[in-house]
Design a protein around this ligand. Structure first.
Ligand code: GLY
Length: 394
């Protein structure tokens, strides 16, 4: 038997056997999900009754800052509520998820403000439709996909991320990869088939222009509106134009993994593996929670970004399911689990505030949301826990 084949069989045994998971780890996903339920229950009690939802708890505070439906993060809180409904089956969460999702309805009939519609609508109504098949949600998702598509510039081949902040051209940020899921879903569920082509074109253009030779991502690429030519790569939220902003690379890993799921085109899978390789190889922290930027000048005295770790840990679980390379699968699952365990054991907010996690960094160059609790870290942490739980049941 070849060594490779032996390793494959061993991995199948290790990860396919739930009793292995139970015997060899004290990590208890159910307990972490219960913790999320308790924290979210506390948060529910402090949300004002004015259509807003919780976004962030600043470092040193116990109090949430609330935002309305227009904020780019407005879909994460309803998304968490849907995940809690999925985790518990308790209709209390369905009721709350429905209530907070519906606050976002105006987005589906407004002009597109920016690319964040995918985050906003798919995490809220997308999860809601997946779990309830409520036709009203579907209508909102389909309308929002058409709205997002209005930002597509065929001369460039991407959706413009920030129409209000032009940086001297058509700008696309790596985060935008995440919003393609809304377009794929709509194209397959009664929406315009062209949405699929737009999503694929955006992914291809991004693959060709958004990365350095080592597969680390730029945050922003500026294109010429008319010729579609790339002008330059730069940053907005990272340390420098040439640095690897942790959350940007995390969005890229998650985004290209999702694009492979939706297209089954192997070039996207191969690319997702390459993006993951550079992230994992450059990760120097013992607990696998990255500094906010891999090239931040003050490392090791720089803030971490728990949100990037939550995004990557969730993505790795999905990416691991697309490889037949036993060693790679094992590496992805082992590291994903280590990230989830680190977040659970050393980054939970517990009594500090009612978010799930501490130590995320939103926009360090702007001096905003540094080393704080933030709703998208909580959303992807919960998603990773649920994905991990499903993996163990298999
Ligand atoms: N999409 C904005 C961010 O990741 O901060």
């Amino acid at each position: 038997m070849s060594t490779r084949f032996t390793a494959f069989i061993l991995t199948l045994f290790v990860f396919g056997n739930s009793s292995y998971c139970q015997k060899n780890t004290s990590f208890n996903v159910k307990k972490q999900l219960e913790y999320c339920v308790q924290q979210a229950s506390k948060t529910l009690k402090v949300i004002p009754n004015d259509g807003t939802s919780p976004r962030t708890v600043p470092n040193g505070s116990k109090d949430w800052k609330f935002v309305n439906y227009k904020d780019w993060t407005s879909g994460f809180w309803p998304g968490e509520l849907w995940y809690l409904y999925e985790a518990t089956g308790d209709q209390k969460w369905e009721k709350q998820a429905d209530k907070f999702s519906r606050f976002l309805t105006p987005l589906s009939v407004s002009k597109a403000n920016d690319h964040d519609l995918g985050f906003q609508i798919f995490n809220s109504f997308g999860n809601g439709y997946r779990l309830t098949k409520n036709e009203a949600y579907k209508d909102i998702i389909l309308k929002s996909a058409d709205t997002l598509a209005t930002l597509f510039n065929p001369k460039v081949g991407t959706i413009q991320s920030w129409p209000h902040n032009k940086f001297g051209g058509h700008n696309t940020i790596i985060d935008n990869m995440m919003n393609l899921e809304l377009l794929f879903w709509a194209s397959k569920n009664g929406g315009n088939k062209k949405l699929y082509d737009i999503a694929v074109k955006h992914a291809e253009t991004t693959m060709n222009n958004h990365f350095r030779p080592d597969y680390s991502s730029y945050h922003v690429i500026i294109y010429d509106y008319e010729t579609g030519k790339k002008i330059k790569g730069r940053t907005a939220q990272g340390f420098s134009d040439d640095s690897m902003w942790a959350r940007g690379q995390a969005w890229a890993i998650y985004g290209f993994t999702m694009v492979y799921r939706e297209t089954k085109d192997p070039k996207f899978l191969d690319f997702a593996h390459k993006l993951t390789r550079v992230y994992l190889d450059k990760l120097t922290t013992e607990d696998l929670i990255p500094y906010w930027d891999f090239n931040a000048p003050g490392i090791p005295n720089e803030p971490r970004d728990a949100s990037a770790a939550a995004i990557v840990s969730s993505a790795l679980i999905e990416l691991s399911s697309y490889t037949k390379d036993a060693a790679l699968k094992k590496e992805y699952l082992t590291k994903s689990k280590k990230m989830i365990v680190s977040l659970s054991e050393h980054y939970q907010s517990r009594d500090v505030n009612s978010a799930f996690l501490l130590h995320s960094t939103g926009h360090k160059p702007a001096g905003s949301e540094i080393d704080c609790s933030i709703n998208y870290a909580d959303y992807y942490y919960l998603e990773a826990l649920l994905r991990f739980q499903k993996l163990k049941i298999k």
